[in-house]
Ligand binder design. Structure first.
Ligand code: CTP
Ligand code: MG
Length: 235
């Protein structure tokens, strides 16, 4: 690793349309705290994370009610229209906060069950890597491609297929350049690694735990609660 300073960026400016709740999903309750508080807590309590930049929607009415103290410095910026815009805004703000080129862990606000072990795996595996990488899970199910009528067109070989999650870890300058270019060319980038790939680099896939789910639909809250309970019992 070029240095020991690792920052985190948390895009938290989405509206959570698939959750169909009365507020953005990052502000729903998960075991007596909001999802966002739990996510920030996981990052802030990791000893190698020195600070977090959080992208919050300019229409957000809930962030101001979060009063919890966290174990590292927190900065907020306005989010953008897409996840990529929100992450880029946070990276631009981070460049003003640090005067070097730190590694950055970009982590979705909607993934509150992230284990410190998974952060450790990323830091250890990627510390000498030229590009950076992504936490993910190999695909276990049989994968089918269907047409617009849901008719199966083919069974896709799952060899080498992974589900990409977050954190995604890249150096500040490389990710800023890659996202800027992806946004300028209107490329569809649903994660940070896609922008890095478009720039011609090959991020590394790092195996994570399957409990690092992204809260997306209502039943995911109950599942996340079960995973948190299981993690407490393991500790
Ligand atoms: N995000 C963001 N800015 C946006 C859109 C998304 O910061 N303009 C964040 C979300 O808050 C979330 C993460 O990116 O933490 C992953 O996005 P997703 O799970 O798709 O969340 P939403 O876009 O809020 O949900 P949906 O797609 O169901 O509307
Ligand atoms: Mg979305």
């Amino acid at each position: 690793m070029s240095n020991n300073r690792v920052w985190a960026v948390v895009p938290a400016a989405g509206i959570g349309s698939r959750m169909q709740a009365d507020r953005p999903k990052q502000y729903l309750n998960l075991d007596d705290k909001t999802v966002l508080e739990r996510t920030i807590e996981r990052l802030a309590s990791h000893p190698q994370i020195v600070g977090i930049v959080i992208a919050i929607s300019e229409h957000d009415q809930y962030w101001q009610n979060i009063t919890q103290d966290f174990d590292c410095q927190l900065h907020t910026v306005d989010g953008g229209d897409t996840r990529a815009d929100s992450v880029l805004n946070a990276l631009i703000a981070l460049a003003d906060i640090t005067d070097d080129d730190p590694w950055v862990l970009v982590h979705d606000a909607a993934r509150p069950c992230l284990r410190h072990e998974d952060i450790d795996s990323m830091l250890t595996t990627l510390c000498n890597h030229q590009v950076g990488g992504v936490l993910g899970i190999p695909v276990n199910d049989t994968v089918k491609r269907v047409n617009e009528n849901n008719e199966v067109e083919e069974t896709v070989c799952r060899q080498g297929l992974w589900r990409a999650s977050t954190p995604q870890m890249f150096q500040l300058n490389m990710l800023t350049t890659a996202l800027t270019s992806a946004i300028k060319t209107q490329s569809i980038v649903t994660d940070d690694a896609s922008a890095i790939e478009l720039a011609g680099f090959k991020p590394l896939m790092v195996a994570g735990h399957p409990d690092n789910i992204k809260i997306t639909v209502p039943q995911d809250l109950a599942l996340a609660s079960l995973y948190l309970q299981q993690q407490r019992e393991e500790a």
